[in-house]
Each structure stands twice: as C-alpha cells, then as structure tokens.
Design a protein around this ligand. Structure first.
Ligand code: 8YV
Length: 324
C-alpha cells in the first residue's frame, strides 16, 4: 500500500466483523456510526474526499453526482449488494470509476427469501397471521383459510442466474414443484429438472407461481408489464425478490385489486421505502421490507467481499468482483 493510506468512506453501518476488518486493513476508513442515510451533499463530499467508497442500495449514484462538482477524488465504488441498478454504470465507465459488487455470497439467503414468499403467498400466511393478531380467528375450520399446495405445481423462473437457479432447486428438490424458466441467454445444463421456455410470455402463461430474478434498471424496467401480468393464470401468484422496478408496479396493484391473479409475495418495491397504500391494504399479498439477504452471516459475507474489493484495489491486486 502507498505511504499515505487511501481514504475510504463507508456510507452505512456494517456488520461488526466487517468494520473490524476494514479498521485493521491499513486503509484510512471513515465509518457511519449512526447509520444516517447520506444526502446528495454528503455523497458529493465523500466523492471529493475519499479514494474509495463502500455504499449500498439506498445510495443512488448518477453521472452529475459522480462528477462531484468537478472535484472527484474517488477511484472505486464498492457496492454492498449484487444489484447495481442504483449506480449509473455507463456514467462510471465513461469517467473511469471502478464499480464492484458482491455476487455469490447472497445467493442462498435470497433464494430462501423467494421460497419463503412462495410459501407465504400460496398458504396465505400474512393474511392468516393478521387474522390471528387481530383476534379474528374463530377456530379450526375444514373449509376456511385454504391456500394452494405447491407440490406438482409449476414454478416459472424469470432470470435463471445464480439466485433463480437456487430458488428452482429449493422448489423442485425440496417442495416437489416442477420448474420452467426464461433466461435472456442460453444457460444450463442443470443438476435438476428445469425446462427452458422461449419467452417471458410462455412462462407467465404456464406457471402457477412466477418468481422474478432478473436485474433491475435499464431495459428491465417494467419488464413484467400489464400485458405480461395479464397472461398469468387467475389462480397464479407473483413473487419478486429482485428489484421493484422489474414489475410495472401500478399494473400489478391493479391486477391484485381486481383479483385478476391470486396473490403476490414482494420483498422489493419500485420506490423503496415507499410501498403503495393499495398493496398494504390488500389481504392477498405478503410484503417484506427488502430482507432478501438479511442474515448476519450473509450481510457479513457481503461486507467482507466489498472490503476485499477495496483492499485489492489499493494493493494493486486483481479485483474479486468487478462490474465496471
Ligand atoms: C442487498 C440486494 O442487501 O444484493 C442485492 O442486490 O438486493 C440486497 O440483498 C441490498 O441491495 C443492499 O445493498
């Protein structure tokens, strides 16, 4: 490392082991002890003062911001998370700013969350829990509170990358579902029965549960459009652990309010932390506050990988997971 240590700004509180590692790294690290969300002005200051920034999904970075009023010092942005749709990658590329992310380490946690939402949605878990908590449970009934069994049903995976495949694996091998998928490029072969379909439409039409695992932003904004939602069976469920903007949220709300699909399980929203009031009021949706990767083990691994990228960069070593 150079004589004067590189200065790093960490925009969010990190799991303890990650902060310890960074503190001992030889880098000059400024932590965010009270976890206060950075304003635009804070981000500009960080870009002017720091050689590297470790940030997360609530820290949007566009081209004008990256210019930092003409005084940017930052060479590398280490994103805490695999999704980088909050960062303008073209703007970073144009300006020679490196961007890294944290693939692989959150695959299982996010696939677990997708499976949890598949089960919560199809078994009406949120609705049932609310019923109980409100004191409205009248006791066992053979015919009330019925959901849909997932065994033998078809899971439709949109985006068969690491997390999509891990979700299919859970659903097929653990819960007896069959899996079909659409992926933009050819993928496989798989160590489980999973059949490709030629289009998103084909998956939407055939699946009993559609689960989304495509990255957000860019061309994927509104990928699950009103027209594509309309292809779903009226008995089908939609699950999203990817990014809120992958769905036309207004169209989804309309479909759910009109009862055109059976329900949804959502961990992500188009304008987080805002959640449309219509969704909050609906019984047939399960809503989670973007907790796909929220286990101590996973968040620690994510922070360690982000730290690895920063440390490698300032040591002049190859970066473990570079995006730009
Ligand atoms: C992260 C995620 O926790 O990695 C991602 O893309 O969606 C989450 O699991 C979040 O993005 C934190 O930056």
């Amino acid at each position: 490392m150079a004589d004067t240590p590189a200065r790093i700004v960490v925009t969010r509180r990190m799991p303890p082991a990650v902060e310890e590692r960074l503190a001992a790294s030889g880098l000059d690290v400024a932590f965010n002890e009270d976890d206060r969300l950075f304003t635009r002005a804070d981000t500009i200051r960080a870009l002017q003062e720091a050689d590297g920034i470790l940030l997360a999904v609530g820290d949007p970075l566009d081209g004008p911001l990256l210019d930092a009023e003409g005084r940017r010092r930052t060479q590398i942005i280490a994103n805490f998370g695999v999704g980088v749709n909050h960062i303008d990658l073209d703007a970073a590329r144009d300006r020679g700013v490196i961007v890294t992310n944290t693939p692989g380490v959150l695959t299982d946690a996010t696939a677990d969350t997708a499976m949890m939402l598949i089960l919560q949605a199809t078994r009406r878990a949120s609705e049932m829990e609310m019923q109980l908590r409100r004191g409205e449970w009248g006791g066992f009934s053979p015919t009330a509170q019925l959901g849909m069994s997932v065994q033998g049903k078809t899971l439709g995976v949109i985006g068969m990358g690491r997390i999509g495949a891990a979700t299919a694996r859970r659903a097929v091998l653990g819960f007896g579902m069959r899996a079909i998928y659409f992926n933009r490029s050819a993928v496989g072969p798989w160590d489980l029965p999973a059949e490709a379909r030629p289009s998103i439409e084909a998956v939407m039409e055939e699946a009993d549960v559609v689960t989304l695992h495509a990255p957000g932003g860019g061309a994927n904004r509104g990928l699950i459009s009103a027209e594509r939602i309309a292809r779903m069976k009226p008995t089908a469920y939609l699950v999203n652990t990817a990014r809120g903007d992958v769905i036309d949220e207004t169209a989804l709300v309309a479909a759910l309010v009109a009862g055109r699909i059976a329900g949804a399980g959502l961990d992500v929203f188009a304008h987080e932390p805002e959640v449309p009031a219509e969704l909050v009021a609906l019984a047939n949706v399960t809503l989670l506050p973007h907790i796909g990767s929220a286990t101590l083990e996973t968040r620690t691994a994510m922070g360690m990988l982000a730290a690895d990228n920063l440390i490698a960069h300032f040591r002049g070593e190859p970066l473990p997971s570079r995006v730009v």
